[in-house]
Design a protein. Structure first.
Length: 354
């Protein structure tokens, strides 16, 4: 009975993320489970939430072997792992389960952060793994040593850490690779140990590219390629607007240095130049937006952060159940259309729910 009830909720929300209790009761009836709306509502308890969380965690551990996309730039790596996170605000009553940041007055103090790694080479999903909403991205629940030998790792600045890059390059499983934007105020040195100041090496003209070898950090001393490109003024302004919006959400103000650096794309990588040129590095860097599309799909189509109730444990059950549905959906997409480079994950998800 519990198994059929769980399937009813998970597949019900997959088919219609805005499904009401009456809709769940109808779906249960078609599965020969006679239950009222009131009875369904009463079953959304802490124990029920724990059950759905357990199902989600078990689904997240399933690994499917599938064909790799036929893109030479990507196929030279054993895996191309993109990592990111997204936060979901929860009712304050759930703060003892998932702790959020100390927000402004009137804001909920409960939130959960969803971490995901995605192998864009074959569509395989790792996670989601959940943590308190206040956890910094660089404390990701994924162990960097889990990355396979010969793989490529790409993540946004929230995951930037020199120690992480050192472990990727010199890990226990052999050498791995990374591509990342450079975090402002990171110390750079030449191979003789002299400090390099960005202001003295930045390209002056739009479209101009400069690439040099540098040592990242003084303590660990990791040799990397530093690639700098001057971007058009309109691109810089868009970046500055996003920077201001992000820092304002955190109750902060961006520094003038960070705003000024928006005029350049600054990238570091340990991939050898003879293997991937600077233009291909930029292509690889843009892959991190793929996981943004995935989160957008989960939120806009899967409605993982929306619900029709104010009952905290019903919300938690619904969140976990919808996450289960998204994991199952991704598995179908991985098996069904990932090797088709023209396939849209949004259109494919819509077709599988209909």
């Amino acid at each position: 009975m519990r198994e059929r009830s769980a399937q009813t909720v998970i597949f019900g929300f997959w088919q219609d993320p805005e499904l009401r209790l009456s809709g769940l009761a109808q779906i249960a009836g078609r599965r020969e489970v006679n239950v009222t709306e009131s009875a369904i509502s009463q079953r959304f308890t802490p124990e029920c939430a724990a059950m759905f969380l357990n199902i989600m965690q078990r689904l997240a551990e399933v690994r499917l072997e599938s064909e790799k996309v036929d893109i030479p730039l990507l196929k030279q790596f054993s895996a191309v792992i993109v990592e990111d996170s997204t936060s979901i605000s929860l009712p304050t009553e759930l703060v003892n389960i998932w702790q959020g940041c100390r927000g402004k007055e009137g804001k909920s103090r409960a939130a959960v952060k969803v971490f995901v790694q995605w192998n864009v080479l074959n569509g395989a999903l790792f996670g989601p793994r959940l943590s308190d909403g206040r956890m910094n991205d660089h404390k990701t629940p994924f162990d960097i040593d889990e990355l396979p030998e010969g793989s490529l790792y790409i993540a946004d600045l929230g995951f930037f850490a020199i120690e992480r890059f050192v472990r990727i390059t010199k890990g226990k499983k052999g050498k791995r690779y990374f591509v990342s934007r450079l975090q402002a105020k990171t110390n750079l040195y030449n191979h003789r140990g002299h400090r390099i100041h960005l202001a003295g090496i930045l390209p002056k003209h739009v479209g101009q590219v400069r690439e040099i070898g540098v040592v990242l950090g003084q303590k660990n001393g990791l040799p990397v390629r530093l690639i700098l490109i001057k971007v058009p003024e309109e691109v810089a302004r868009e970046r500055q607007d996003r920077i201001r919006q992000t820092t304002q959400k955190n109750g902060d103000v961006p520094s003038e240095e960070i705003l000024a650096l928006a005029h350049w794309t600054i990238v570091i990588t340990n991939i050898p130049r003879k293997r991937v040129n600077y233009a291909e590095i930029l292509v690889l860097l843009r892959l991190r937006w793929q996981i943004e599309r995935l989160f957008r799909l989960w939120k806009e189509d899967g409605k993982i952060d929306e619900w029709r109730t104010k009952k905290p444990y019903r919300i938690l059950c619904e969140l976990y159940a919808k996450m289960c549905a998204m994991i199952i959906q991704q598995a179908f997409m991985q098996e069904g259309c990932w090797v088709d480079t023209l396939c849209s994950i949004v259109k494919d998800a819509d077709s599988r729910r209909s």
